[in-house]
Design a protein around this ligand. Sequence first.
Ligand code: NAD
Ligand code: ZN
Length: 589
Amino acid sequence: MQDLGGKPVIVRTYEAAKETGLFDEVYVVTDSEIIYNEIELNGGNAIMSKKEHDSGSDRIAEAAENMDVDIVVNVQGDEPFTSKNGLEKVLEVFQGPDADMIDLASLMTEIHDWKEISDPNCVKVIVDKDNFALYFSRSPIPYPRDKNAAVQYYKHKGIYAFRKQALMDFNRLPMRSLEAAEKIECLRYLEYGKNIKMAITTTQGIEIDTPEDLKRANKFLKEETTQVVNNKYRNFPMVPKVVFGQGSFDQLSSILAPKRKDKAPFIFLVDDVFKGNQELVDRINLRYNDKLLFISADEEPKTSQVDEIVKVIKDEFTYKPSGIIGIGGGTILDLAKAVAIMLNNKGSASDYQGWDLVPNKGIYHVGIPTISGTGAEVSRTTVLTGPVKKLGINSDFTPFDQVVLDPDLTMGVPKNQWFYTGMDCFIHCVESLNGTFLNAFSQSYGEKAYDLCKEIFMNGDLSDEESRGKLMMASWHGGMSIAYSQVGVCHAMSYGLSYVLGTKHGIGNCIVFDQLEEFYPEDVALFKKMVKDHNIDIPTGLCENLSEEEMETMIDIALSLVPLWENALGDQWESIATREKLRSLYLKM
Ligand code: NAD
Ligand code: ZN
């Protein structure tokens, strides 16, 4: 009942669990009338239980006995910062290959601080190779005889997911000595030979066990609410250093020199289109143990690809690199940003797909575009296809620390590709300028980029050299334009194509935009003219032979990009962008 930012802790916990949207029902089970009344007063569901119970799970078993439920999740009342991510992870294990063996699932998180490891309020857990729990203890386990032994400690988080049967069994089993000694309820399960599968979460959260915890939690909440306020007027970082000019690429070595840390190498991720281009490789000027990795841009970048590159680097070097240099198009630039982040953050890149999920700053990273249009050189995101979604790692740590804009590097780009990626920029401007999120900041960048695109693609009187320089700056401004607003219908639908068919971003946008007369009439007309003038092929018939399931997935992916639709069509977007509408558009592509 203690106050946490104006509401009792238990109310906060209840609301957090409900807000995840993962559950059919959420109840507070309590033996306290005060708590019961508080929850009911706030419009929540509460259940009174009898007073004497050995543990929270026993209390929940009493409440769930007559409910028709499949899985029951026990969230401790003192976990107001319960995150959707953690709960999702616990629930996911019931869909894994060993689901049948699991009696209950729980959550753990890595800990590193010896103070926390040795704190008896922090329950540690050790697991087998498949993450089944071996033992829980308030002592540090394992005990490191040699203080330098490389062991990973895990802290147990008070969230349990039970199959209903397992929960009922628990209720009937008498407490044994280990549980009685440690006062850790899931030990009872281990003592009776049951299997507890542990999921790993990276979100820390604050549990409230002591008055100091409560103070910390209140402080945390205050910071969080200020951030939400900031979201209204986004406070975003910009690329702090940029060099522009023909031949500026040759300054790279002198730009990097002061950033070199002792023996730590620079890692260059270079588009493999440059593999036979010895001149470019010579200009990179590798020093000491610097490493150059050629990376293919044939497919959209994936979280698994990021994880692999990080592994290659970690396997070869025992210390962190001095920096990551990405040289290529949007694909390589996005990979470079993600690799820089993942070298300083644990787990898989897929853990951080979303907004502001990255806890640690990435290592120094430099972006050098060799094709213009995406704005990836300036943006705060790195768009990745993960195991379940296509979504960027959007964070303050994503933007490059340095960008080198040398228009000459774009010289070899094939014509169709030049157009597709250039149109990505044009479409960024169209979607930003016609969006409901538009403000003067975005507009000023969007209008400039839009005009530059028209100059480049509409009048034929620019020299190639001028055109390359201008397109490079259009890309930059187009990227800045969406930093404060959003893209729209074309990008949402293009993500659907890309997720299901692997269609690349630039060409996918062109395929979609070609069909969007009703949303952007004048600009689609302009676009069609540019396609004609430059004699560009826009593929057709992509969706002709889609299975029903693929079509449904495509529509799901497109519709899941809510902010894009809100920007494009306003609050009432769902009445316009119906499933039927999207289907009929896709069928034309
Ligand atoms: P790309 O990086 O996929 O490259 C397209 C093709 O052009 C590749 O075959 C590549 O090898 C080739 N190429 C690149 N430079 C060349 C050169 N100088 N000479 C000859 N060939 C060259 O294309 P892109 O359109 O720049 O990037 C698309 C990617 O960017 C997508 O994955 C998309 O999701 C991402 N993107 C990111 C953002 C962001 O803000 N992070 C914004 C838009 C798009
Ligand atoms: Zn784009």
